[in-house]
Design a protein around this ligand. Sequence first.
Ligand code: MRU
Length: 341
Amino acid sequence: MYYTIRWDGDSVSMLDQRLLPAHEVYHTCTSHLEVAAAITDMVIRGAPAIGIAAAMGIALAAVRMTVSNADEFRKELLQVCDTLGKTRPTAVNLFWTINRMKKIIESGTGVQDLKARLEKEAVAILEEDVTINRAIGRNGARYLADGDVVMTHCNAGALATGGYGTALGVIRAAVEDGKKIQVIACETRPYLQGSRLTAWELLQDRIPVTLITDNMAGYFMRQGLVKKVIVGADRIAANGDTANKIGTYTHSVLAKEHRIPFFVAAPISTLDPNTPNGDAIVIEERGIDEVAYIMGTQIAPEGVFIKNPAFDITPAQNISAIITEKGVIESPRDKGIKSVL
Ligand code: MRU
């Protein structure tokens, strides 16, 4: 059985998601700089998973630091927090876990005590995440009916979290309830999280999955072959507008046109009451090679102008419900996210 990320005492090990599905290889980080690079380079990705990785990067820096002066120790660790906070801008979970770790760093205890507490907190963040995802699954399973065909985009599964997943967690919980669910995984260009990761992890669990390219979604919806859409989120603004993988917005518009319920599944740590609406969410722009190349093969002419926004905003009015571990916000356009905070 694979794992997404593991704390090994003086290193952090993560399944190298750049190499899936062809190779199942674990990537070991022995410094916070290696963890930061792993997040930026997509060794690990998915909002909760990069939050866990950042927390472990901070703990790693702490346990390996040799300074004995508590003030100096704290100062260096706050710089570590800054470095990890600059890895990816959109998923708020990254900042949520860094802030959790900062609270401990800023509390006034000695170096040895801080090291132990930071290590404990990072491991707790990982373990809590799996419990949270199971609760999201339980809260969401009732929205899926026996026989449903459920479309998803990107990967909001075990690989994007500490385990079990958010959107895929809801599907897993429905399957555990004995419902027959078939999944349509959208390929998710340019980085192919749908084909490389979602299809891979569902096959591991023997959950029936059909892979389509992103531009086939409307075709299947129009034929009545998609009963629900469920996706994860990177940041949900106060009014319910949701940032998720590029292409999510397009699916939401198509779902609305075809009157297909569109669900977002996410932990409370993805909710950002300080961001009023989707327009205020920073969208990460990634390198053009992700568009110009597929797995090392050039697919665009040299010199062509390329854009690569990694996320888009699905407006709250296109979302039927936001499923969290603390409850479900039905019709978020009317209520925003207050009810679960
Ligand atoms: O660029 P990625 O692969 O980190 O993007 C991931 C997504 O957009 C996921 O849908 C989101 O983080 C939710 S993961 C539970």
